[in-house]
Write a protein that binds this ligand. Structure first.
Ligand code: KG4
Ligand code: ZN
Length: 333
């Protein structure tokens, strides 16, 4: 079976073709991403209206490239999967309307895909034997969630951020330190060179018995520290700020993840989303899993950020569960 996956929820226009064999193993035939980062970098973050227009410009070309790289045409495709939620509404609408037109013009089933579920599904390429149930941590520019994955299509969010997402904190702190958007990868590199105990920042793990996070307070504490040093003319090493923030970030995640493992009783932990590329997070969660005797799955770095491959993967499971849509399909912000 061949699935075309289309993604346009934020700042990457992406399309991929995935082949699913009889035993359910996923194989990526093509994976094309048109990144808008260079455009949004000028503004220090994603400008929704510009994102929507850039998706409209790129989506035909990216989809054609994905089909031709896979050596197939629309005739060979069995279903078209598309991200319809969550994301920027103007960005999502481009992919949803494009996929609707494409699917119905070619008489193919249309499969709506939740972007968060798809981030988790990126792991199935790397671990063909990975099967629910398991516990997933999704950390991206827009989300920080602990999700109990009960089946390929049945998910329960057991913890989430109540304000900023983890990636947002990386991007905003990085911006104040003069890094260019998106700042996560550079913050990761700087953190490896700094002293994680140079500053003490509050944890984002809310101490109220829930599995929820709050990154807003942690982010503000870091920004206040930087601003006050700047005002006083105190020099500081960006490496130390990055390392200390990263230390609090990973400690917060590990604290709630540890608790979530105990509460759900799951034996496998999966991480996903753009921030799951962070080397310090990967090490910290890896260590926790070793200590707790858990299996730890992490997506290849190329599939951590937004891509069409993850949409095609989740679309396959949704399609098999009968979750298709008609032309009334809408996008949800
Ligand atoms: O999943 P993604 O591509 O888009 C959303 O769905 O939001 O995630 C993008 C986020 C950005 O905030 C970016 O700074 C962050 O992922 N990111 C990282 C790293 N690489 C990307 N954050 C921390 N460490 C990294 N190595
Ligand atoms: Zn994403």
């Amino acid at each position: 079976m061949l699935i075309l996956g289309i993604e346009s929820s934020c700042d990457e226009t992406a399309a991929a073709v995935s082949e699913i064999s009889g035993n359910g193993a996923l194989r990526l035939l093509s994976d094309r991403v048109a990144s808008q980062i260079a455009i949004h970098r000028l503004y220090g973050g994603v400008v929704p209206e510009i994102a929507g227009r850039a998706h409209a410009e790129a989506i035909c070309r990216v989809t054609e490239e994905a089909l031709s790289e896979a050596g197939v045409t629309m005739k060979d495709i069995d279903a078209v999967g598309v991200t319809n939620t969550p994301g920027l509404i103007g960005a999502l609408l481009v992919g949803v309307n494009f996929a609707k037109g494409l699917a119905f013009a070619h008489g193919k089933p249309l499969v709506p895909v939740n972007h968060i579920k798809a981030h988790i599904a990126a792991n199935y390429y790397e671990y063909p034997d990975l099967k629910p149930p398991f516990l997933a941590l999704v950390v991206s520019g827009g989300h920080t969630s602990l999700i109990h994955v009960k089946s390929h299509v049945d998910f329960e969010t057991v913890g989430r951020t109540r304000d900023d997402a983890a990636g947002e904190a990386f991007d905003k702190i990085g911006r104040v330190m003069g890094l260019s958007y998106p700042c996560g990868a550079e913050m990761d590199r700087l953190a490896s060179l700094g002293d994680p105990s140079a500053y003490k920042f509050p944890l984002a793990a809310i101490p109220d018995g829930t599995l929820d996070f709050s990154f807003s307070g942690m982010k503000t504490a870091v920004l206040n520290t930087i601003n006050s040093m700047n005002q006083k003319g105190v020099s500081f090493k960006t490496e130390d700020i990055a390392a200390s923030f990263t230390h609090s970030f990973t400690a917060s995640i590990v604290k709630k993840l540890h608790e979530a493992v105990i509460r759900t009783g799951e034996k496998t932990v999966v991480i996903a989303g753009g921030v799951s590329a962070n080397s310090h997070l990967r090490n910290a969660v890896g260590e926790m899993c070793d200590k707790m005797g858990l299996r730890f799955c992490l997506p290849p770095r190329a599939l951590c950020g937004d891509n069409g491959a993850m949409i095609a993967a989740q679309a396959y499971y949704e399609y098999m569960a009968g979750n298709t849509a008609d032309t009334t399909l809408n996008a949800e912000a």
